[in-house]
Ligand binder design. Structure first.
Ligand code: NAP
Length: 259
């Protein structure tokens, strides 16, 4: 399917690995010019080399922390008026809410709520002026079904979700859509770390801990970041123009509700 976004400018945050890389890859394959942002230059450089080779796409890179004002300013200087914005950054650590002070909450809010809002604020008016724009926020299945130990994520991402629900309706008439993509369990470095820690705690091998997690998913496996990226690219396509303000859950059927 031609996604109709060849030549569009796409800013993808948290793009050197995992879900962000899946999104950057699918957008590059669709013919977009892509700005990939991540903190570690070596990992970013490797990802970009592979992607350029595979797609021949026009790719810009920025090694920066997108959760800082300086990082966002540098990204916007490289791509001031993206047509497509994919918001993503690392998730907050697990823990007990009794241990989280104000600083821990502000950090989580900065990463998973305020940074996406700042980037939307900086890019949405040019999208409105052009009469076309796409924003996709990578959030989490935890927004729909909270995960006990991830209270910082449950809270911060729900704040973003509520804000976006209102804004999406406000800008829909200008051809700008805003949607959230909610990952369940995807096979990324972050999840490998989580499963590794579980294996250590339970005194089992990594493979055993991974198999136990996968058994709880109706699809019987973790998701592939490429599947996540393909859904992101569809949301950014011309075909998804009538779809906005939605929370799209990609979890292999793990959420047990009818809706
Ligand atoms: P990942 O494998 O750790 O990849 C994260 C990517 O974001 C890397 O490219 C990382 O590169 C970059 N990044 C992290 N913090 C950044 C920052 N402050 N500024 C710029 N780039 C940053 O993580 P993932 O599994 O793809 O997850 C992506 C998001 O989805 C996270 O918020 C995660 O909590 C959420 N999520 C994931 C899953 C899952 O199953 N994978 C499930 C639910 C929610 P650098 O470290 O070099 O910056």
């Amino acid at each position: 399917m031609d996604l109709g976004i060849k030549g569009k400018k796409a800013m993808v945050c948290g793009a050197s690995r995992g879900l962000g890389l899946g999104c950057a890859t699918a957008l590059a394959e669709a013919g977009c010019d892509v700005l990939m942002v991540a903190r570690r230059p070596d990992v970013l450089a490797q990802a970009v080399d592979d992607l350029r080779l595979a797609t021949g796409a026009n790719i810009l890179t920025l090694a920066a922390d997108i959760t800082t004002a300086e990082g966002r300013a540098a990204a916007l200087a490289l791509m001031p008026e993206p047509d497509i914005l994919v918001n993503n950054a690392g998730g907050p650590p697990p823990g007990d809410f009794r241990d989280w002070d104000r600083e821990a909450w502000i950090k989580a809010l900065d990463s998973n709520m305020l940074t996406p809002i700042e980037l939307i604020k900086a890019t949405i008016d040019p999208m409105i002026a052009k009469g076309w724009g796409r924003v996709v926020n990578i959030t989490s299945g935890a927004v729909k079904a909270p995960i006990d130990v991830l209270g910082l994520s449950n809270g911060a991402r729900s704040g973003l979700t509520g804000f976006v629900a209102g804004l999406a309706r406000n800008v829909a008439k200008h051809g700008v859509t805003i949607n959230n993509l909610l990952p369940g369990l995807f096979d990324t470095d972050r999840i490998a770390q989580v499963v590794g820690a579980q294996a250590k705690n339970q005194g089992v091998s990594f493979e055993e801990a991974k198999a136990a997690r996968e058994k709880s998913i109706p699809a019987g496996r973790m998701g592939d970041p490429a599947e996540f990226g393909a859904t992101c690219a569809f949301l950014c396509s011309v075909h998804a123009a009538y779809m906005t303000g939605q929370n799209v859950l990609l979890d292999g059927g793990a959420y047990p509700g009818t809706f």
